[in-house]
Design a protein around this ligand. Structure first.
Ligand SMILES: *Cc1c(COP(=O)(O)O)cnc(C)c1O
Length: 369
């Protein structure tokens, strides 16, 4: 038997979550964000499940080219644009869209003579202070782009810092609107949290990422409230059972000391697989579908679960680390991190099992359609 740890990727869930995003922003075009290997779900796998998306957003030129090579014809946005002018010929050749977020990047673009017009998302720093042109330089940048011979479609873009928090987006929207007023171009503003929580952010384009993978984009929205379905379920089995007497310790550093007789299941999953090392005693886990807790300090290849109250559990009993029945954000918050990091941190040694892959209709059905 192979090592029992798998990441099950549910295509039907991906598809469902995209449809949900669409239904929340029915007048917007949806750009599915599939950076970081589609948040750990697999770039081409996710793109196939999201093939009805109006566009894709990725980080690297390699990912964008891989999508083109796989036959995806939608707009594909490079979220940090390009880093050197030498990337521009390939960007133009593959018909990719670039973010322009910085003055030197804009100068490089304007100095180039692309073989085909290049679509540009001109990004404003409306308050997050990560990427984007300052509001006071924005209009001039848009005018320079519009006067340049190489421009395809111009889109106005910004990104929100507190869309998932009480501060909301109004403070950034005010800056964005003030600086973008009168520039005649479509707008792309919303990440998942803004899409879900702020109707005003549902403009020409929306850019959901995390929600497409079935994770609620803010702590106030439970996954159930939104009917999101987790697309990744990380599961394994118990491979050994240890019986601790009161006072005995467990694992490296003896980080857990039993205060009473404790039955421990050793699970084939560790930080070498991407399970967060900072998940201490008490992190939720499902054993045979029943919620219990992890114990002690996990290691590279295994972790410990408390099965004292689960006498039926033993070697071979299935364990869910996150996914169906156990939202990744719960595990993440026990480990002092966020679900994004868990999903995109799954390592290469974890085998992927795909379910819910839509099969093409048989030829006969197509012929009569
Ligand atoms: C990652 C990213 C998104 C998607 O954010 P989520 O919180 O995952 O929805 C949208 N826009 C930009 C610019 C991003 O970098």
């Amino acid at each position: 038997m192979p090592r029992p740890l798998t990441a099950r990727i549910d295509h039907a869930a991906l598809h469902h979550n995209l449809a949900l995003a669409r239904s929340l922003a029915p007048a917007s075009r949806v750009m599915a964000v599939i950076k970081a290997d589609a948040y750990g779900h697999g770039l081409l796998r996710a793109a196939r499940a999201f093939r009805s998306a109006d566009g894709f957003a990725v980080l690297t030129l390699e990912d964008a080219v891989a999508l083109r090579d796989a036959g995806h014809r939608q707009p594909i946005l490079l979220l940090q644009g390009f880093y050197e002018a030498c990337e521009l010929p390939e960007i133009a050749a593959h018909g990719l869209m670039v973010v322009i977020h910085e003055a030197t990047q804009l100068d490089m673009l304007l100095a180039s003579r692309p073989s085909r017009p290049i679509d540009v998302h001109l990004k404003m720093n409306s308050g997050m202070n990560r990427l984007g042109l300052p509001p006071e330089h924005y209009r001039v940048a848009a005018e320079r782009l519009q006067a340049w011979g190489g421009l395809g479609q111009l889109t106005l873009m910004t990104h929100f810092a507190t869309a998932d928090e009480p501060a909301g987006i109004a403070w950034q929207m005010a800056r964005f609107d003030a600086a973008a007023t009168g520039i005649d171009a479509p707008r792309s503003l919303a990440n998942s949290a803004a899409l879900v929580r702020h109707a005003g952010a549902r403009t020409d384009w929306v850019r959901p990422g995390i929600m497409l993978y079935g994770v609620a984009p803010s702590v106030e929205t439970a996954p159930g409230d939104l009917d999101l379905r987790p697309a990744m379920t990380l599961s394994s089995r118990i491979i050994s059972v240890q019986q601790l007497a009161g006072g005995e310790c467990l694992g490296y550093g003896g980080a857990f000391v039993a205060d009473q007789p404790t039955r421990v299941g050793v699970v084939a999953c560790g930080y070498g697989d991407g399970y967060p090392r900072h998940a201490g005693t008490g992190t939720p886990v499902l054993v045979d579908g029943v919620r219990t807790r992890t114990l002690g300090r996990l290691s590279m290849d295994s972790l410990y679960v408390d099965i004292t109250a689960l006498p039926q559990a033993g070697v071979g009993t299935p364990v869910t680390l996150w996914g169906d029945g156990l939202p990744a954000q719960e595990v993440a918050s026990s480990a002092g991190t966020i679900a994004y990091q868990l999903l995109c941190g799954i390592t290469r040694r974890v085998p992927v099992v795909e379910v819910g892959v839509e099969v093409s209709p048989p030829a006969a059905a197509l012929a009569t359609a």
